[in-house]
Design a protein around this ligand. Structure first.
Ligand code: HAM
Length: 455
């Protein structure tokens, strides 16, 4: 059997690869309207960045990171040696830590300067048990806004996320937007203690994982899928009753801006998210149709302490990331199909071999004028060439034959109407040459005009 893709990874075949490109471009064009600009950070970073940024006790860092070592260092480790901490590298499990590191490293938010609004797209890696909607390599599109703590930033990011989902085709009624506030370093410690002592009182009803977590991050118990734990946590103290006045005011303002924009949401005091860096606003978008148990298509929140955690100067931040693969499942459930990747506007067919060289040069002339054009390179029959033109979705086929060519003509067929006419080859080439010399791009409509109007 031919070798298979590694567990938890998958190939994007051409139709999906083209759709992923369209997905990213659509997201970036929506986010650009809100002032976001692209950033690219490395696929791997020092392991320590994720440990400090995301939190040592999170599942992502404690269990799910793919750690990378160079061959030389691997040998050193096998021989019982050690490697320097800066040589301990991990594939990024998410994009926020890397972007925040880049912001601090390059001082992208100078003191008193405007916020940095950054967007990114690419593969992330988590060594989770693969299942529907959960892969070991998956793609995220995300944004991070550094340097602004105002609630309008939170509201605008949430609105922008919902606008994107709708633009790409996920029906609004199939999505549930959940929001919560996680408090800040002033109010959260006391709240965390309350939850911890509540959990200790109910220790015999909670699972072992929750009780182990109770020591480090008791709030994660709200996330536990175990029914017994969920039942106990229903009656646990709620963060909404324990926010400090500043956090309460911030949270209320975010909700007011969402209300004003007509963006419907549900408040969920159990929404704590799986990464340790969040403060204040957190949000998640869930879809049920077509999803299985992994139903979060995106999520994010505020992280006002993260830049300091990675050694930068105090800088508030907020962002989100959405998972492409889960969005694709939601889109399929909504009946959206990937359009065919293969297409060409003009196909040049040859009646026999004698015109092959002329066809080659005509195809090239169309491409130089900005058109997508193709031909059959394998000198197959005219019938097979038409089949190929059909497969490529060509809207026009130019049929080159020795008789027409001797008169300086080429027959052009409109593949929709099936109308055919003879056009002057030299005149077509002159127009194409003019376009390419001016660096202008012929649109498919102009191409059709050229091919039907030229006598
Ligand atoms: P996250 O919730 O861990 O947040 O991931 C964001 C999205 O990535 C999820 O909602 C889901 O759609 C997708 N996702 C996560 N893990 C997998 C997986 N194993 N397979 C398929 N899709 C997955 C973050 O990553 C944060 N960095 C978001 C953020 C940005 N917060 C602030 N700024």
């Amino acid at each position: 059997m031919a070798m298979q893709a590694a567990e938890g990874t998958r190939d994007f075949l051409p139709d999906e690869a083209a759709f992923w490109l369209h997905f990213k471009e659509t997201a970036f064009s929506v986010f650009a309207r809100y002032g976001y600009v692209p950033i690219e950070t490395p696929i791997f970073e020092q392991t320590d960045l994720f440990v400090r940024g995301i939190g040592e006790a999170t599942d992502v860092v404690s269990k799910e990171m793919f750690t990378a070592v160079s061959g030389e260092n691997l040998k050193r480790l096998i021989d019982g040696g050690t490697i320097k901490s800066k040589s301990r590298l991990s594939l990024r499990p998410e994009g926020t830590a890397g972007v925040v590191r880049a912001v601090a490293q390059h001082d992208l938010v100078p003191q008193g300067g405007a916020p940095a609004k950054l967007m990114y797209a690419g593969p992330m890696f988590r060594a989770e048990r693969p299942q529907k909607g959960r892969q070991r390599q998956f793609n995220q599109v995300g944004v991070e806004c550094l340097g602004a703590e105002e609630p309008t930033i939170d509201a605008e990011a949430i609105i922008m996320l919902m606008r994107f989902y709708e633009t790409i085709g996920i029906p609004r009624e199939s999505m549930r937007l959940l929001i919560n506030s996680m408090g800040c370093e002033k109010c959260r410690p006391a709240y965390r203690e309350l939850v911890r002592s509540y959990m200790n009182e109910h220790a015999d009803e909670l699972c072992e994982t929750c009780m182990t977590r109770a020591e480090i991050n008791p709030l994660r118990a709200f996330d536990c899928k175990n029914e017994g734990c969920a039942h106990v946590m229903e009656s646990a103290p709620k963060i909404s009753d324990h926010l400090c006045p500043d956090c309460r005011e911030h949270y209320e303002a975010v909700k007011t801006y969402l209300d004003a924009a007509g963006v419907a949401y549900e408040e969920d005091y159990k929404l704590v998210r799986g990464l340790d860096y969040y403060t204040r606003t957190v949000f998640e978008v869930q879809v049920d149709n077509g999803m299985g148990s992994q139903n979060a298509i995106g999520g994010g929140g505020r992280y006002d302490k993260l830049v300091e955690e990675v050694g930068g100067r105090p800088t508030p931040g907020l962002g989100f990331a959405l998972g492409y693969e889960r969005c694709a499942l939601a889109l399929q459930a909504a009946g959206v199909e990937f359009p065919r990747a293969q297409r060409c506007d003009l196909f040049v067919a040859c009646v026999d071999d004698s015109v092959h060289a002329e066809a080659f040069s005509l195809v090239q002339a169309f491409r130089d004028a900005g058109q997508s054009a193709d031909m059959d390179h394998q000198k197959r029959s005219l019938k097979s060439q038409f089949k190929l033109a059909d497969k490529l979705n060509a809207s026009m086929v130019a049929i080159l034959g020795p008789d027409e060519l001797s008169e300086g003509k080429v027959k052009v067929r409109n593949m929709t109407s099936h109308a055919e006419r003879l056009v002057d080859l030299a005149a077509v080439k002159a127009i194409l040459a003019k376009f390419s010399s001016e660096g202008a791009v012929l649109t498919p409509e102009q191409m059709r005009e050229v091919l039907t109007e030229v006598e």
